[in-house]
Write a protein of this length. Structure first.
Ligand code: G1P
Length: 292
């Protein structure tokens, strides 16, 4: 039995080139879905999955992320004085969710390079990776995807990744995993390729922004050559690690909102906005009027 998954790494250093010009000075991870930044949804998923310690990998112009999770005592005092109890509680809950630490990734060397920057903090235990620009939801009543992956690793060892089936014309945008389905939705991986051409893809199962990794990944990353785009690819290191340690893929029942992409950003705001008690009905009426 493997150790419990207690720590998470959230890579949030990338430029966000798909979302220029807003991403120039505003981190894409700080873009709002209704009234919460994307990265707060990501931290909440980690916390709901039993994670108590989070390391966020940041870079230049990402300081707003630190400020978001840091207490502002003057603001709390002011709200308290005005009797705005709910807002004070909301702020305290946000600031007390987990121990959050930060590390800088000085150069954009790829997802693998970002993860290597977490080595000293994580140490020798399995850890979760949640991409900071992507919200993953599961069907009402089911556990968060990160928790489901942690269960697989705590029971079977090795590593695990979340998977979603994508149309064949989109396989070249993702890490694609191939293997044998050993239980409904659970795949034992034998191939893992970063952004393959459709004809070279082992399947249509795309890695979907959530991982639970064995700490052995750090040694493997250290000796992995640069891959696609001249960057150190996490997928390449996982494909090497797979030769000595088991890798499972989980085809989860839920949705992925990649906020680094304009259409998904707007969709996510509609999706979450429509579920909100305060604005859901008015938004639905407006949408009907707009398209009807
Ligand atoms: C990264 C990973 C890729 C994965 C994708 C979505 O790519 O390298 O394997 O499928 O995230 O989780 P990126 O979107 O950063 O290019």
């Amino acid at each position: 039995m493997t150790a419990k998954v207690r720590k998470a790494v959230i890579p949030a250093a990338g430029f966000g080139t798909r979302f220029l010009p807003i991403s120039k000075a505003v981190p894409k991870e700080m873009l709002p879905i209704v009234d919460k930044p994307v990265i707060q949804y990501v931290v909440e998923e980690a916390v709901e999955s039993g994670i108590t310690d989070i390391l966020i990998v940041i870079s230049r112009s990402k300081r707003a992320i630190e400020e978001h999770f840091h207490p502002i005592h003057e603001l709390e005092a002011e709200l308290e004085m005005k009797g705005r109890v709910e807002e004070v509680e909301m702020l305290r809950k946000l600031q007390g969710m987990a121990r959050i630490h930060y590390v800088w990734q000085p150069r954009m060397g790829g997802l693998g390079d970002a993860i290597l920057h977490a080595r000293d903090h994580v140490g020798n235990e399995p850890f979760a990776v949640l991409l900071g620009d992507t919200v993953v939801t599961t069907r009402e009543g089911s556990r968060p995807v990160t928790r489901q992956l942690a269960d697989i690793v705590e029971n079977h060892g090795g590593s695990a990744v979340a998977l979603q089936e994508v149309p064949v014309e989109k396989v070249s945008r993702y890490g694609i995993l191939g293997g044998e389905e050993i239980a409904p939705g659970l795949i034992r991986a034998s191939q893992f390729v970063e952004k393959p051409k459709p004809e070279a893809a082992p399947s249509r199962l795309a890695v979907s922004a959530r991982y639970v990794l064995s700490p052995r990944i750090f040694d493997v990353l250290q000796s992995t050559p640069k891959g696609r785009g001249g960057e150190l690819q996490l997928t390449d290191a996982m494909a090497s690690l797979m030769k000595t340690e088991v890798l499972h893929g989980l085809r989860y029942d839920g949705q992925r909102h990649d906020i680094g992409n304009k259409l998904d950003f707007i969709r996510a705001n509609l999706h979450f906005g429509l579920q909100r008690e305060d604005i859901g009905k008015a938004l639905r009426d407006y949408l009907k009027e707009l398209v009807g």
